[in-house]
Design a protein around this ligand. Structure first.
Ligand code: IVH
Length: 709
């Protein structure tokens, strides 16, 4: 295939895939099978791989995410993104309507009413029909550039139909997570031992903050347009015309939607939306009223905070009384004991509520919640049920205050070991490293991508392995035998589902490889409290292997530090130049872990299995290493801070990893503390800044030469 043919074919496949995307995601009327779709997708991928320079950043293949960013760039809004003034009663709606009439000097003012979507506001900029960039609302005048993340949202067209696209279009709208997607996601997170999100808008905001768009692609984000930022070409005169343009362009407009020119009409629409809103796919706690005519909108103008042509009616949260039958206690991955109110089922804001979290003892005390109480329930953010207060008049005379500690008799409900509450913390915790309630979640952490990255062990496999007691601690994974695993039942006794020999082989093979994974990955995988990825890396820089860690003099010294004491001032520790990720608390947790029964068992078992993970970034004394230049363990980039920009030969994450393993640090933006800017092709603004601050700009080749590679 010639280059020109490839170009034409890429164009043809992209257009066809976009067409099918629209049918699938917007109209829910697919014309081709998933299999045929996948085939087209794969063809496009292959062509783009063969001709990377012909691949558009707006290709349908980019929906799965691309390189990991080091941070978000920021960009000014061309037109500020304002707030909306809230109104809380029919009377206030009347006042708003009267103000419109007075300011415009008109009696009939057509307005539109639509749901207020609970999400994250963003502006999408299309130049000649191509998605050029997307920005969050930020502070209203400046936001984060989140283009890569937005590309993963299926309902956002990456290219608009060529014959209808204006030369420039800025569409504003809300990025959100649909209710069902939110519920599923929280279940998954809970199972994975990750913190759950309080409501869909927090979840959407959390997803958009991720720097790895491949992760974002896994979140069920969606987009609905509700406003026009800028348009060049075409002459739109009203909200209604704008909506019809959106439809033609395949951008989803906000639904349901009402038009009226009377106060009665507005109030009726507000009421109708109230009846419908709980069956909408997204959270809404309000109705937005907008003047339809753009000319009148301009005439009315805006205050510095909000336009005068719009108002948001806020529905009061629905509250119901119900009986608190009992309190149960859940044990999370980190051992936190969470009290849960078990309620007499009650229908609130569209769903039946049976349980509500009571958070912790402080919360129980503050509200004085007791078993047998009649409590008032509402849905926080219309989603998560919460106990608002107790109806004291209906309290049984014999009720007593609820104490978590007394209720569980001071013992973890899962393993029976003693629970503890750390000074200054509100939560009771089970600190037994071997608590089975934590085991499945520990396995999940151990096999996760940033830890030992074991193929074939997902959440379900991890849970079932623990449930069926094939695995009680992470090291048991290494004793699993391929043949037996092949027949491992992932289903139930009634409906068995075998793991299969292919998966079993994959698991055993990657587990075998994991035995020689570097120490930092092992350390992170063990899930020792406070030991995240960065701390694990720093610990592995300071220690060669587990036995050194378990008897670490460095950590023993560090754990004795009092607040305010500096590592640089300590004669013994100064030469190690220990990063801030490893402080007295981490030192304490690590030493405690290795001294505990679980830690001792781990060390013994590792020895038994012949596994002895070694550090791949061992370089404990940077200054000394630099003096003895050329020394074996010298980390060539020790103490150096590098910023990465432009197009490089490998994914950002890999390059970052490489720099870290050479002892360097990678940050997102250039400052006077930056030592080098590693720049590939492009990377304009960072190059300028580096030049201004006289920071050396190096290429990948320079980097390789510097580290002697
Ligand atoms: S119209 C600035 N319509 O609410 C006035 N905004 O509280 C024009 N929002 O930042 C905005 N749903 O992101 C409009 N149907 C809707 C909306 C909506 C949610 C957001 C919007 C704005 C915020 C203001």
């Amino acid at each position: 295939m010639t280059r020109d043919e490839a170009k034409a074919e890429i164009e043809r496949l992209s257009t066809e895939l976009e067409h099918h995307n629209r049918l699938y995601y917007e109209q829910a009327t697919p014309e081709i099978s998933d299999h045929d779709y996948d085939k087209l997708f794969r063809d496009l991928e292959l062509l783009e791989e063969a001709h990377p320079d012909l691949a558009s950043p707006n290709s349908p293949t980019r929906r799965v995410g691309s390189d990991v960013l080091d941070g978000f760039d920021q960009r000014d809004h061309q037109v500020p993104m304002l707030s909306i003034d809230d109104v809380f009663s029919e009377e206030e709606v009347g006042d708003f309507f009267a103000r419109l009439e007075k300011n415009l000097g008109e009696m009939l003012i057509p307005v539109t009413i639509e749901p207020k979507i609970d999400g994250v506001a963003a502006a999408l900029h299309y130049v000649n029909g191509e998605l050029d960039y997307a920005v969050t609302r930020g502070d209203g005048s400046r936001g984060d550039v989140i283009t890569e993340n937005v590309r993963t949202i299926r309902s956002v067209p990456l290219r608009l139909p060529a014959d209808k696209a204006p030369a420039y279009l800025e569409v504003r709208g809300e990025i959100f997570i649909p209710n069902q997607g939110f519920a599923d996601m929280n279940v998954e997170r809970e199972e994975a031992g990750l913190p759950t999100f309080a409501n869909p808008s927090n979840a959407a905001a959390g997803a958009l903050k991720l720097l790895d768009s491949k992760e974002v692609a896994k979140r069920p984000l969606d987009f609905i347009a509700h406003g026009l930022g800028r348009i060049d070409g075409g002459n739109l005169t009203s909200v209604i015309e704008f909506r019809s343009l959106l439809e033609q362009l395949g951008i989803p407009p906000n639904q349901p939607f009402w038009e009226t020119d009377t106060l009665d009409g507005v109030l009726k629409a507000i009421q109708e939306l109230d009846e419908k809103r709980h069956s909408l796919d997204y959270g809404t706690d309000g109705a937005v009223i907008k003047v339809d005519s753009f000319e009148w909108q301009n005439q009315l103008g805006a205050t510095s905070r909000a336009p005068r042509w719009a108002a948001a009616f806020k529905y009061p949260p629905e509250q119901k009384e119900t009986l608190l039958r009992e309190v149960t206690i859940q044990v999370g991955r980190t051992g936190t004991l969470t009290p849960v109110a078990e309620l007499e089922p009650v229908f609130v804001s569209g769903t039946t509520v049976r349980r509500a979290t009571l958070h912790n003892q402080d919360e129980i005390d503050r509200k004085d919640v007791r078993v047998g109480d009649t409590v008032v329930i509402e849905k926080a953010g219309e989603i998560i049920p919460a106990v608002v207060k107790v109806v004291k008049d209906k309290r049984p005379t014999d009720s007593v205050p609820f104490s978590i500690y007394d209720f569980v008799d001071g013992k973890c409900p899962s393993c029976g070991s003693e629970i503890e509450k750390a000074e200054g913390f509100v939560a009771w915790k089970c600190v037994n490293f071997a608590c089975p309630a934590k085991a499945a979640n520990q396995v999940k952490q151990f096999v996760s991508r940033k830890a030992l990255d074991i193929d074939g062990i997902g959440n379900i496999v991890a849970e079932k392995l623990v449930e069926r007691e094939w695995v009680t601690g992470v090291l048991d994974l290494f004793t699993l035998e391929e043949e037996a695993l092949g027949t491992f039942n992932l289903g139930t006794d009634d409906e068995p589902r075998m793991l299969g020999s292919k998966n079993a082989k994959k698991m055993v093979t990657t587990l075998e490889q994991a035995k020689t994974s570097p120490l930092r990955r092992w350390l992170f995988g063990l899930g020792i409290p406070q030991v995240g990825e960065s701390a694990a890396r720093e610990l592995a820089r300071l220690h060669q292997n587990f036995s050194e860690l378990a008897e670490s003099k460095i950590l023993a010294e560090l754990r004795t530090f009092k607040t305010g004491q500096r590592k640089e001032d300590n004669e013994m520790l100064a030469p190690y130049e220990i990063a801030s990720e490893v402080g007295p608390t981490v030192a304490e947790k690590v030493l405690d872990y290795f001294a505990s029964e679980a830690g001792q068992n781990l060390l013994a078992k590792l020895q038994e299995l012949g596994i002895d993970p070694q550090s791949d970034n061992f370089a404990p004394q940077p200054a000394k290493a630099a003096e003895g230049a050329g020394g074996e363990s010298a980390a060539p980039l020790a103490g150096k801070t590098v910023v990465i920009t432009g197009k490089l030969s490998a994914p950002r994450g890999d390059i970052k990893e490489q720099i870290l393993s050479l002892g360097g640090k990678v940050t997102g933006s250039i400052s006077k503390n930056t030592d080098y800017l590693l720049a590939g092709e492009g990377g304009g603004s960072k190059r300028d800044k580096a030049a201004a601050l006289e920071i050396p700009v190096i290429s990948e080749e320079d980097l390789a030469a510097m580290v002697g590679g």
